[in-house]
Design a protein around this ligand. Structure first.
Ligand code: HEC
Length: 223
């Protein structure tokens, strides 16, 4: 059954059958902000970390649409439930050494319990607790500073020039090349630079189609 948005929160919780109290959900949702920079609750909307939609009962490291899992997580044999998540959120490195989640953990027992109760309800696909899907920004309306006019590659660095006239160097490993052929993607031959990551050192270059990528990148070292 699909739930109507206009229902108050307590009614949603009651009718969705999720065993979660309103206070718990609220505190848990607040605690989830520590995760939201890297994880969405929308199916297959992967950020730095994998989407947490459909997490319960999922084998660790198994979301097919996510390609940046550590070997350590994939080989851990963990299946996600209250118990395994509690250990993971408490201290990821202790549970799975050499994993790639850069998160020091939440030591407070109650905060973890609230977070996990929230996550259990919110990770069900279609849960109203997951929030509305955030549409991607319309890349056709990108400001000149984000519109790419040229890309030069030298050694391990991409130099990205914008229509505003500035050029920014990126470590080649921190730059992602993407295509978005949807209506909200960039116009043909007008790729857009989209910042990503916590320090601003990572970015993605979004092109209208794959064929444009190589024609934009010029191999050239100066001086
Ligand atoms: C700085 C980014 C970052 C933050 C913050 C973060 N995560 Fe992660 N998370 C990741 C990455 C990256 C992975 C993949 C780790 C690996 O493969 O070793 C991951 C993996 C996971 C997984 C395993 C998913 C799967 O498909 O197996 C869970 C569960 C998870 N995170 C939950 C959380 C929760 C809950 C929080 C907040 C308390 C959180 N994460 C905070 C980046 C982050």
């Amino acid at each position: 059954m699909r739930l109507r948005r206009a229902l108050p929160l307590f009614a949603l919780l009651a009718t969705s059958g999720a065993a979660i109290a309103a206070g718990e959900a609220e505190r848990g949702a607040r605690a989830f902000q520590a995760c939201a920079a890297c994880h969405s609750l929308e199916p297959d909307r992967n950020l730095t970390g994998p989407s947490l939609s459909g997490l319960w009962g999922r084998k660790a490291g198994s979301l097919a649409s996510f390609s940046r899992y550590s070997d350590a997580l994939g080989k851990s044999g963990i299946v996600w439930d209250e118990k395994t998540l509690d250990a993971w959120v408490r201290n990821p490195e202790a549970l799975v050494p050499r994993n790639l989640m850069l998160f020091e953990g939440i030591r407070d027992d109650r905060a973890r319990a609230d977070l996990i109760a929230f996550l259990k309800a919110a990770s069900r696909p279609g849960s109203p607790l997951a929030g509305k899907p955030r549409p991607l920004p319309n890349l056709r309306d990108a400001p000149p500073g984000a519109r790419v006019s040229a890309i030069r590659h030298c050694k391990d660095t991409y130099y990205v020039s914008s229509a505003a006239g500035d050029t920014v160097p990126y470590w080649e490993f921190n730059l992602r090349f993407k295509t978005d052929s949807s209506a909200s993607g960039p116009a043909p031959k007008a790729p857009v630079l989209v910042g990503q990551g916590m320090q601003g050192d990572r970015a993605q270059l979004v092109f209208a189609s794959p064929g444009e990528i190589s024609s934009f990148i010029r191999e050239e070292c100066r001086k």
